[in-house]
Design a protein around this ligand. Structure first.
Ligand SMILES: *Cc1c(COP(=O)(O)O)cnc(C)c1O
Length: 383
């Protein structure tokens, strides 16, 4: 059966299962060996070579979800992104990277690239022209993130893919926020897709993992660097990730539906001055988001009115937890100005639109009426 013809949920459940030949159990057995037969075998298996049975098979599920030939699973999103970058960038090369980006990726570039003699340019904005202006003769990779953290800006994936192809530059995307349930960048022409699998792939706030999906040829190049850097995921967590991925479609669709309802409700709330959600018609890139996403995702941000204290608001919530991470089945909120963007100056934050009133909201699968009530009660308590 061709994997491409299978539906999303069928892929989530059935692609990349390790068959239990011995006992015919319903789920993949967990292979914890870190030592495998070496003599006269076709494949020399070792966890750091990304080729234990659980790693090899789960990679097939992720490749099927992203419509790629191949994939690799890593110990974290940062292991995935750092290995991918170092596979295609060496001394004297140049990376063009979007200005609104996950903080850890920004830190990796700023703190590590100078040590390797790799050059980089952060774009001034996220339009195709901004990317084009940043390209230099030694540019080897363009990296984007859409929707991006925390204001849910939308980058034109097709246009960036076209730009890369026209200049012979590889393109990569951080698809963590949308997940393959809502966005398939490979179908839009991007070369490589990476994920913090800690987020929607894991979905239960109990796994740290990452993944990259691409063609066999590009994955081979990432593998060659990855085996040296040693960022593979342990097989026990690989097994947990397989279990989580079975419900990826169900979870993310339910979360996306809830996010749309919450965004519309917050948009009309007298104590909310602004909502950032690509599914709202008021979002500046609503049409673009609609053209490249099958759903608008479950991440949104909103600004409380000036009279409310964002810190007190988070403390007053009972159901919705304040949390650094995101994308679990439980709803969480965070103040970007106190966390991801705390190291910037007030002026720097103002320049990129991160106000003290901003709350990033990762919408879970709870009943919407309870989420609304929690927010209403919290606002009443601090008014
Ligand atoms: C969390 C996150 C990462 C980093 O992933 P880790 O699993 O924490 O290493 C990268 N990109 C985005 C968009 C993220 O949200």
């Amino acid at each position: 059966m061709s994997k491409k013809k299978l539906g999303l949920n069928t892929i989530c459940i059935h692609v990349g299962e390790v068959k239990d030949e011995q006992f015919k159990g319903a789920v993949s057995p967990m292979y914890l060996s870190s030592s495998y037969e070496f003599l006269d075998v076709d494949v020399k298996r070792y966890p750091r070579y990304f080729n234990t049975p659980n790693q090899e098979f789960l990679a097939k599920k992720i490749a099927a979800l992203e419509n790629t030939e191949s994939a690799l699973i890593f110990g974290s999103g940062m292991a995935a992104i750092s290995t991918m970058f170092l596979a295609f960038l060496q001394q004297g090369d140049h990376l063009v990277v979007q200005n609104t980006l996950y903080g850890g990726t920004v830190n990796f570039i700023k703190e590590e690239f100078p040590k390797y003699g790799i050059e980089y340019t952060f774009t001034n904005g996220y339009s195709v022209e901004d990317f084009e202006k940043a390209i230099k003769p030694n540019t080897k990779l363009i990296h984007i993130e859409t929707p991006s953290n925390p204001l849910m800006t939308i980058t034109d994936i097709k246009a960036i893919a076209r730009l890369g192809k026209s200049k012979g530059i590889l393109t990569s995307i951080d698809n963590t926020f949308a997940s393959p349930v809502n966005q398939k960048p490979i179908d839009l022409g991007i070369d490589m897709v990476m994920h913090s699998a800690t987020k929607y792939f894991g979905g239960h706030s109990d796994i740290l993992a990452g993944a990259v999906a691409s063609s066999e040829e590009l994955i081979e190049r990432i593998f060659n660097v990855g085996k040296n850097l040693g960022g593979n995921l342990s097989d026990m967590t690989v097994w947990m990730l397989e279990r989580s991925l079975k419900t990826l479609g169900l979870r993310v669709k339910a979360q996306t539906k809830n996010a749309m309802k919450m965004a519309k409700w917050l948009n009309k709330h007298p104590k909310v001055s602004k909502v950032y959600y690509p599914g709202l018609k008021s979002h500046p890139e609503y049409k673009l988001a609609k053209s490249q996403m099958s759903g608008f995702g479950a991440m949104l941000s909103f600004e409380l009115t000036e009279d409310l204290d964002a810190y007190k608001f988070q403390k007053a919530l009972r159901l919705i937890k304040s949390s650094m991470s995101l994308a679990g089945v439980e709803s969480t909120v965070i103040s970007p100005h106190l966390t991801s963007h705390a190291l910037l100056t007030q002026e720097e934050r103002d320049a990129i639109g991160i106000s003290d009133q901003l709350i990033r909201f990762s919408v879970g699968i709870e009943d919407v009426k309870d989420l609304k009530r929690d927010i209403t009660n919290a606002i009443k308590m601090i008014e």
